[in-house]
Structures are given as structure tokens and as C-alpha cells.
Design a protein around this ligand. Sequence first.
Ligand SMILES: C[S@@+](CC[C@H](N)C(=O)[O-])C[C@H]1O[C@@H](n2cnc3c(N)ncnc32)[C@H](O)[C@@H]1O
Ligand code: SF4
Length: 378
Amino acid sequence: MAGIYIHIPFCKKLCFYCDFYHVVSHDDNSAFIEALLKEISHRKDYLGSESVSTIYIGGGTPSVFSATDLETIMNHIKKLFYVAEDCEITIELNPDDVNAVYLNDLKKININRISLGIQSWLDSDLKMLNRRHDSAQAVKALNDTLNAGFKNVTIDLIYGIPGMSLQQWESNLDFSFSFDIKHLSAYHLTFEKGTVFGKMLEKGDISEIDEDDSAAQFNLLIEKSESLGFIQYEISNFGKPGYFSIHNSNYWKQVNYLGLGPSAHSFNGYSRQWNIRDLKGYIKSVNAGKSYSESEELNIKTRFNEYIMTSLRTMWGIDLEYVEGMFEKEGYDYVLNLSGKFRNYGLMKLEKNSLVLTNQGKLISDNIISEFMMPDDE
Ligand SMILES: C[S@@+](CC[C@H](N)C(=O)[O-])C[C@H]1O[C@@H](n2cnc3c(N)ncnc32)[C@H](O)[C@@H]1O
Ligand code: SF4
């Protein structure tokens, strides 16, 4: 079981918060597609004979591509990899790119999971975030997606937006759940260095919402989604049973994956590669048959840290049996001893031989995770 991620690095407009690699471009995409097809060929052996259970087309904005271009990419992958019959195939769509014809074409090329970047149902938020779409387009996009017959539909929302009240967040959630969605990814706004918001924060032109408001919005998110049968299987991800994202779950379960396109990461159990974050450089290097990625062999400590970082964010938590098998008695003792204080504070609990965060612990997950990290020189 393995995964493939494809990064489409084009966006039509710059969202003020976004640090995902993208270029704002209306140019011809053919040089990129040509390079991507070459990269797929170069890396056809990366996953060996493993069957591919998930393909994720993300970005940037994959919906800037026509269904025909996407079909060319998918066909090339299917030719060179062992794609499972029931493979989960997700695409991220921006609401203003969506229409019935496009959705139907995506169905024809076997895309079976749609991720819609709604972000907020409020025009004032969308404006502030510098999104391309407005709320009317978002409503139409979600209705079109459901009417096209897609069963596995997820939306992205952002909370913790400056100026957003608890009532506004509540109505955003209520309105989202009034649709037949099976999954929700809800992210707290982060101010990334180098983004427009990041720069505004440095200059004091914008401020983060206060911690109590943040906590109240997070708690409401958990309460509402759980009362409606959604399970918080990862800090930012909520799914109905049977609809957890296979793609995301694979990342958290240390399953191998191949990342294609600029800035994409790959992982094969022993090493991690990351492609350069530069479209022109990527195209040039792929065409010249040169290296376009860097690689890091993972030592036991980096593997330990990665395991903790990913597993602790999920409902499955740190599996102590796995830790003992993988990192021996030393790793097991380290984790169990360190967890003591967090368990005493009610931030973590031991459930069926796994250490999981309580709701209170999830609020400060980044701090808890960083305490578990083993320094490389130890
Ligand atoms: C790869 S991005 C975008 C997908 C698609 N292009 C779109 O904009 O709808 C995936 C999601 O990450 C979230 N995201 C990106 N940057 C964020 C930030 N700084 N803070 C919170 N959420 C963020 C957004 O919800 C976004 O939809
Ligand atoms: S959030 Fe999506 S559309 Fe906006 S800049 Fe990032 S990748 Fe592009």
C-alpha cells in the first residue's frame, strides 16, 4: 500500500496566508506538464511493486488544469504504477473553478474524492484572506459537487481569523454541516513567514486572535462535529466512519509515498526526498535529466521524532508496542516516562497501550510534541 502526491504549482491569485509553493500565473502550463510526465517516468521504480492505494492531486490549484490535462497525467501514472482498483483519487478544487461539466469530466477520469477550498462562508473573511471566490460561488460549488454524484466530499475551513467571533465560527460550522459532506479539514490560521499576513504581523498591522478565543473556537469545532457523527481522527481532520482520508492517514502511518512536482516530498521508509521549490528550476533540471531533489537518510532519532510528530496528532496516538519494536526498550522507557507529567495534568491518556492526547492536550499539541523530540546530538 503506497501513495502518490502530485503538486500543481499554479494559482490565479495570492491568498494572504498561504505558504504552499505556488506561482501566480496565467501562462501556458504545457512545459510543466511535459516535465511532470518525465518525472513520473524517471521515478516509476520508487514504490517498487507496491500497490498504490491513494493518489492526491494538490497544490497550488489543480483546478486550473483542464480535465484533459489531468487525464494525461493520470493515464501516465496508471501505465507505470500498480494503481489499485479501489484507489482513492482526490483532487483539490477552488470553488470558482467548479461547474457541472468539469465535475462530470473529473468523474469520467475516475477521480472519486473532492476537496473544496471553502475556507469560510462569510464574504468578509474571504475578502480579508484575499480569496478568489465569494460565498455564493462556494455554495454553488458544493451543491454542484454533491449533485454530480460525488459521495466522498471534503471541505477546508479556516478558523482563528482575526475579527472572527465565536458566533461567526459557529454559523460557519452549522452551514457546512447542513450539506451532505463526509469530511471536514479545519485549520487554525497560522501566520507563515514570508506570506502577506506574516509580513503584516511583523509590522504590527494585524494581530493573532487571543488564546482564549482560539481555544473556544477549537472546542466548538470538536463538540459540533462529534455531535453530528464526525470523528476527529487528526487534530485538523474530521471524518464520518468510512470516510477518513486514506491519503492523510498514510502519511501519519509511515506508509511510503512518492511526491511529484516542485516542492513535493517523498518517503520510502529510510529516506526522505524533497523536490526543489522553484518551477523554472524544476522544469529545467527534469528536462536536463539532472537532480531536482534533495535527500536525507533518516537515522533512528529522526525516525523516532517523525513518528511522534505524526502519531501524536492522531486519534491512534503513540502505539507503545510499535515504539518498543522499532526503538527498543530505550525508546519505550523514554516515551512512557516523559508522558507521566502530561498524564498527570490531564493532557494525555493511556488507552489500550497507546498514548493519546486529551482534548485539552490537543490545544497545546505543538508544545507537547516538541517536548518529546530527541535532539540529534544526544
Ligand atoms: C494546499 S492548500 C489549498 C488548496 C486549494 N488551492 C485552495 O486554496 O482551496 C490546502 C489548505 O490548507 C489550508 N491552509 C493553507 N495555509 C494555511 C494557513 N496559513 N493557515 C491555515 N490554513 C491554511 C487552507 O484551508 C487550504 O485550503
Ligand atoms: S490557499 Fe490555495 S489558492 Fe490560495 S494561494 Fe494557497 S494554494 Fe493557492
